[in-house]
Ligand binder design. Structure first.
Ligand SMILES: [Zn+2]
Length: 223
């Protein structure tokens, strides 16, 4: 299959976007990665993003998005304890985050003549976040293309995969070495806390896929 031209990967340094980065390496001739600094509790993920891109020799840029911490009101940019509820959205939901990230990514890509955007959002295991849904992303693609008079395609390779399937995809696209350096824990610590919702979801995915998380191997070498 002929490779597509250029793509920009929205890259947090987490498990899903690391898988997407490797997926994109298989699909496109040239890729760049873009991360966002929004004073997130787990800012350590930006170090992970930097390390992974350096290892893969992928051009990487971090955009300042501190406006989210000025808005506040959620557990990722404030100091409140992380809570999930059965009835409503967990307080780790940062309203507008993916909408603004993808719009900023499109603006950035526009300046590099890039038409393809790749993001690791997922509807199947989406933690209740409405901006990870397929309908949201499709509507946003339309809005961005109208607003920028452009022809962006937003690729979402993980959209319909559960966590175990996305671990299998990571293996298939050769992402395991990079995943050893990825960051998932909401508490922003290394070794990961193991008990926050993000840690639990990650560990469930690897155990259901029957694959040892390379991050855990790195932890065992470090402690
Ligand atoms: Zn954790």
């Amino acid at each position: 299959m002929a490779l597509l031209d250029k793509a920009l990967v929205v890259f947090s340094g987490g498990q899903d976007s690391t898988t997407c980065l490797h997926w994109a390496l298989k699909q496109f001739k040239e890729i760049r990665a873009l991360s966002f600094d929004y004073n997130q509790r787990h800012k350590i993920e930006l170090e992970a993003a930097r390390t992974i891109c350096q290892n893969l020799k992928i051009p990487h840029h971090i955009l300042d998005f501190s406006l989210f911490s000025q808005i506040g009101g959620n557990a990722l940019t404030d100091t409140m304890p992380i809570e999930g509820t059965q009835k409503s959205l967990p307080n780790t939901f940062v309203p507008g985050r993916n909408l603004m990230f993808l719009t900023a990514a499109a603006a950035y890509a526009y300046s590099y003549g890039i038409n393809h955007l790749v993001t690791g959002v997922c509807q199947t295991d989406f933690s209740g976040y409405p901006d990870c849904r397929d309908d949201t992303i499709k509507a946003l693609q339309v809005a961005i293309n109208l607003g920028m008079d452009s022809q962006f395609v937003i690729h979402t390779p993980l959209m319909w995969l559960n966590k175990a399937e996305s671990v299998k995809l990571a293996l298939e696209v050769g992402a395991m070495d990079s995943l050893a350096y990825s960051h998932t824990c909401y508490e922003g610590v290394f070794p990961p806390c193991g008990v926050c919702p993000a840690c639990i979801l990650r560990s469930k995915g690897f155990s259901e896929a029957g694959i040892l998380d390379p991050l855990q191997k790195r932890v065992s070498l470090c402690v």
